[in-house]
Design a protein around this ligand. Structure first.
Ligand SMILES: [Zn+2]
Ligand SMILES: [Zn+2]
Length: 303
C-alpha cells in the first residue's frame, strides 16, 4: 500500500509555471527495517534466486574495506559474494515498466570500495526475472554472505520492507543553470515567504525508482555505448527521517493539522532507512538504456 504523505507547503508548478514541464513521475520506496521474504519487494532483503544460477561474486583485484587493516593496499584476495540491495515485484510497482515477460527486478552490489572503477565504490549488478519461471526452476535459500572484514559495513543495506509510493517531483540539481539564474529571484521570494528552500519542496532525495536521481552533487547523466542518454532507474541513498516526503503516520503525533515538515516520531526513527552511508550523505544511482535491446545499465556515485 502506498504511504500517505502531507501536502507540500506550496505547489511549485503552480507558483513557478516553468517547473510544470519538468515534472517527473517517481516512485518512493520508503524502506523500513523489517523481515521481508524472498517473495516480497525489499531493500537488503533475501532475493528470489533460481537454484540453477550461481550467486554472483566480485573478484575485482584491489577492492577493499575501511577498517580492515589499512588503506587501498588492504585488498581482499579472491572473490566476494555480492549483497542484495533492491528487489521489486511488478505487482508492487505497477508504475515501473518491466521488459516483456519479466516481473521482478533485482539489484546487487559488491560492498567493497573499488578504486579502479571510475564511478567509485560498489559495482552494481542488475537482474530482470520472471517470478513464475524462477519459482518453477526451484529456489535457493542457501545464499553466500560476505564474511566479517570482507565488506564495507556502510555499503550493506539492512533488511527493509518497502512501500512503493508514486509521487511527482521536480528537478533540484537537474534544474538547468540558465533557468535557475532566471528563476532565482522568484525562488528566493518563495523561500522568504514559506521558510524553506525550493528543493525541499521539489526534490525527493531518498531511495526511489525513476524520476530525477537524488543527486547530492552536480548531475552526471551517463550515455550507453550507442550514445543514448540513459534513464534513471534507482537511487540508493540515506533515507531522511524528516521533511516533505515523510509519510504522515511516521510523524511525531500531536500537531493538528499535521505540519508538512514535522519530524518523525521517536518510535519510528530507528526503523527508517536501509542504514547505508555512501560517502558523506551521498548516493548510488543506477541508469538503464531501454533503447538498446540488451538493456545496458551503469551507475554513478556521489559523496
Ligand atoms: Zn568488489
Ligand atoms: Zn542505448
Amino acid at each position: 500500500m502506498p504511504r500517505e504523505i502531507p501536502l507540500p507547503p506550496y505547489d511549485i508548478a503552480e507558483l513557478v509555471p516553468e517547473f510544470a514541464n519538468l515534472a517527473r513521475d517517481t516512485v518512493l520506496l520508503y524502506p523500513r527495517s523489517g523481515e521481508p521474504g524472498v517473495h516480497h519487494s525489499s531493500m537488503g532483503g533475501p532475493l528470489l534466486w533460481p537454484a540453477d544460477e550461481p550467486w554472483p561474486y566480485c573478484a575485482q583485484p584491489g577492492h577493499w574495506a575501511f577498517g580492515t587493516g589499512g588503506g587501498s593496499g588492504a585488498s581482499k584476495p579472491g572473490a566476494v559474494p555480492l549483497v542484495p540491495v533492491i528487489q521489486l515485484f511488478a505487482r508492487d510497482v505497477p508504475w515501473l515498466e518491466f521488459p516483456p515477460g519479466k516481473d521482478v527486478v533485482q539489484l546487487l552490489w559488491c560492498a567493497l570500495i573499488h578504486d579502479n572503477d571510475p564511478a567509485g565504490a560498489v559495482l552494481p549488478k542488475l537482474y530482470w526475472r520472471s517470478e513464475a519461471e524462477t519459482v518453477a526452476a526451484g529456489l535457493t535459500y542457501d545464499v553466500p554472505a560476505p564474511r566479517a572484514g570482507e565488506y564495507e559495513e556502510d555499503f550493506v543495506p539492512r533488511p527493509c520492507t518497502v512501500c512503493p509510493t508514486p509521487v511527482v517531483e521536480y528537478p533540484g540539481y537537474d534544474l538547468p543553470d540558465g533557468l535557475l539564474t532566471e528563476l532565482r529571484p522568484r525562488l528566493e521570494a518563495l523561500e522568504d515567504r514559506f521558510g524553506c528552500h525550493y528543493t525541499e519542496v521539489a526534490s525527493a532525495l531518498q531511495n526511489k525508482v525513476g524520476g530525477y536521481p537524488a543527486w547530492n552533487q552536480r548531475p552526471n547523466w551517463p550515455h550507453c555505448e550507442q550514445g543514448h542518454r540513459m534513464e534513471h532507474l534507482f537511487s540508493v541513498t540515506g533515507e531522511p527521517a524528516y521533511g516533505r516526503w515523510l509519510p504522515l503516520d511516521d510523524h511525531e503525533p500531536g500537531t493538528t493539522p499535521p505540519k508538512w515538515d514535522a519530524p518523525a516520531a521517536p518510535d519510528v526513527l530507528e526503523s527508517i532507512g536501509p542504514d547505508l552511508e555512501i560517502g558523506d550523505a551521498g548516493g548510488m544511482y543506477v541508469f538503464l538504456c531501454r533503447q538498446c535491446p540488451d538493456l545496458p545499465y551503469t551507475h554513478r556515485y556521489d559523496c
